[in-house]
Design a protein around this ligand. Structure first.
Ligand SMILES: Cc1cc2nc3c(=O)[nH]c(=O)nc-3n(C[C@H](O)[C@H](O)[C@H](O)COP(=O)(O)OP(=O)(O)OC[C@H]3O[C@@H](n4cnc5c(N)ncnc54)[C@H](O)[C@@H]3O)c2cc1C
Ligand code: FES
Length: 245
């Protein structure tokens, strides 16, 4: 874990209530590691955890949805604002767990960390199929980026305004998809349904309310097959077989 100051390079809306936040690290050559950052938002006591979507030396990109007061304040912050952040947090997906064919299943902004994973899988020479689900076309993000990167991309929306109508699990039931390992991120109910539906091994990136974000307070503990585990420090990515849901 590192405590550092991140400067807002840009903070712009990209879809309905969804913003893209680009941040510069203090060290222009430093590559941020980990799965998520814990951002301090001015005027709010607790930090907000947000997943890394893109990582480049000296800068990171996050996508966030405005759901409450903290993210609403975040969206109001202009370029040049300096944010206090905890970085290099969490244990992420394991690209090496996939032999050759990866299946990524994202729901909403669960697509953000999966995009970073897709880049890592492609860099390792693996084939990547992505199934991305959104509520409606106005909330679709990263579709062009996934299409450019992945071997196959399928999209679903609940109202049928883009891609197939329905849930990602509806698509998974009818599509013939080749994979030897799957990775999922999105609403808990979606990930639980995905893990129940898909045979074989995989991983899910969980969300839990956090206090410290770095393993001290145990506020984010969940039951697992290995006993209680902290989502921030032991996760947020867990193997399917370890999850008790
Ligand atoms: C590891 C991790 C990665 C995440 N990545 C992203 C991401 O890339 N993009 C994105 O839009 N959201 C992400 N979230 C969810 C995001 O943290 C919440 O949407 C955000 O904290 C809400 O803050 P708020 O003040 O607007 O909402 P409020 O409801 O006002 O928040 C009140 C408190 O509850 C916490 N909280 C509320 N919803 C959640 C939630 N779903 N998960 C965890 N804490 C929550 C807040 O952090 C805050 O402490 C992630 C959550 C976790 C745990
Ligand atoms: S939030 Fe404190 S241990 Fe995870």
């Amino acid at each position: 874990m590192r405590k550092e100051k991140l400067t807002i390079l840009s903070n712009l809306p990209v879809a309905a209530a969804i913003w893209r936040l680009e941040l510069a690290t203090e060290d222009p050559g430093r590559e941020v590691d980990g799965e998520f950052v814990h951002l301090s938002v001015p005027g709010h006591f607790l930090r907000r955890p947000l997943s890394l979507c893109e990582v480049n030396p000296g800068r990171i990109t996050l996508l966030y949805k405005i759901v409450g007061e903290g993210t609403r304040t975040l969206a109001s912050l202009p370029e040049g604002t300096i944010l206090d952040a905890l970085t290099d947090l969490g244990h992420g997906f394991h690209p090496e767990a996939c032999r050759q064919e990866a299946l990524l299943i994202g729901g909403g902004l669960g697509a953000a960390p999966l995009y970073l994973l897709a880049r890592r899988l492609k860099a390792a020479g693996k084939s990547v199929t992505a199934v991305l689900g959104f509520n409606r076309v106005e909330e679709v993000v990263l579709d062009a980026a996934f299409c450019t990167l992945c071997d196959r991309v399928e999209m679903t929306t609940l109202d049928g305004s883009a891609g197939r109508k329905g849930f990602v699990t509806d698509a998974l039931e009818v599509l013939e998809l080749r994979y030897d390992y799957f990775y999922t991120c999105g609403p808990m109910v979606m990930m639980k349904a995905v893990c129940a539906l898909l045979p074989g091994s995989g991983e899910a990136s969980l969300e839990e309310r956090m206090g410290c974000g770095c393993g001290i307070c145990y506020g984010c503990s969940i039951p697992t097959a290995q006993g209680p585990r902290r989502v921030c420090a032991d996760g947020p990515v867990f193997k399917k077989e370890d999850l008790s849901w």
